[in-house]
Ligand binder design. Sequence first.
Ligand code: TXA
Ligand code: MG
Length: 314
Amino acid sequence: MKVTLEKATDLIKKGHTVAIPTETVYGLAADAFNVNAVKKIFEQKGRPSENPLIVHISDFDQLDLLASEIPETVKKLADQFWPGPLSIVLKKKDSVPDIVTGGLDTVAIRMPDHPLTLSLIKKTVPLTAPSANKSGRPSPTNIRHIEEDFGPELPVLDGDSSKIGLESTVVDLSGEKITVLRPGFVDARMIEDVLCQKVWVADQSDESTQKKSPGTRFTHYKPRADVQWLVEPILKITDSNHYYLFHRQRQQSSQKNVHSYDEDYPSLARDLYDHFRTADHLSCSTIFIEPFESEISHPIIPALKDRIEKAISS
Ligand code: TXA
Ligand code: MG
């Protein structure tokens, strides 16, 4: 159910949850310091309690409320990327409730790039928000997706479709090595360029990554249809039960369930989860996606591959 900014403000102050727009995906938000409100997020999503949440701020100074150590590198990254799709993991203050961080001694923080959500945070407090989908489902990029998962009653601050469409990059600045824990629109190279130092990219299957970033352990981004890389070059698309996403080959997009992106990778990223959900509406059995050969390079490709591989393997 669409609500106004005033209504959303009132609901957050009273300890309720509200779905909020961001440039990446919609979040299911609550007051980050209100334990009972944060509990509702986990209940509504059906989210495992060990999976920590990101806290969203509207002002750099709010970092002081959340982080016990703010290294110089944070300021540099914030100057370059905030508001924007980069979540930064820092040592947390004791005042950040354990339920937000899944018991970790760190907290992930970002400043989202959406005027409505920035206004809501300014009128209330830092908001903690995971993606506003039922646990394991594809993240929502518009109000329709949220209503699909939660029904019409959940209050939603409607801010149109998310521009980026994939969740933020998560970078860990709490340890010795600066490490990207989840790839996103901001890639490791861009971070290296700003910091002038080596940035590591965590291997998602590695056990120590799973400890540091519990989100990597859980089922994610999964439509009901089977997702597969398209291995055979196909000449004729005949099975109406199948759904195709091409990023390069110019297939006839006029054909039903066939979408080609002509190397426009950001647009494919923006639409990916909507395609997942559309394929389900059409009761398609399988979504075939053209693989990304290693010679193709674009900063969004590691994030696209990550989300698609998770949808395939789960
Ligand atoms: O773009 C986004 O990040 C969206 C919007 C709503 O901001 N949010 C989002 O939240 O994707 P969620 O909960 O679906 O994913 C949060 C990710 C998980 O992979 C989690 O493990 C990681 O961030 N994370 C959160 N806190 C962390 C921490 N303290 N240390 C390491 N990873 C953390
Ligand atoms: Mg999520």
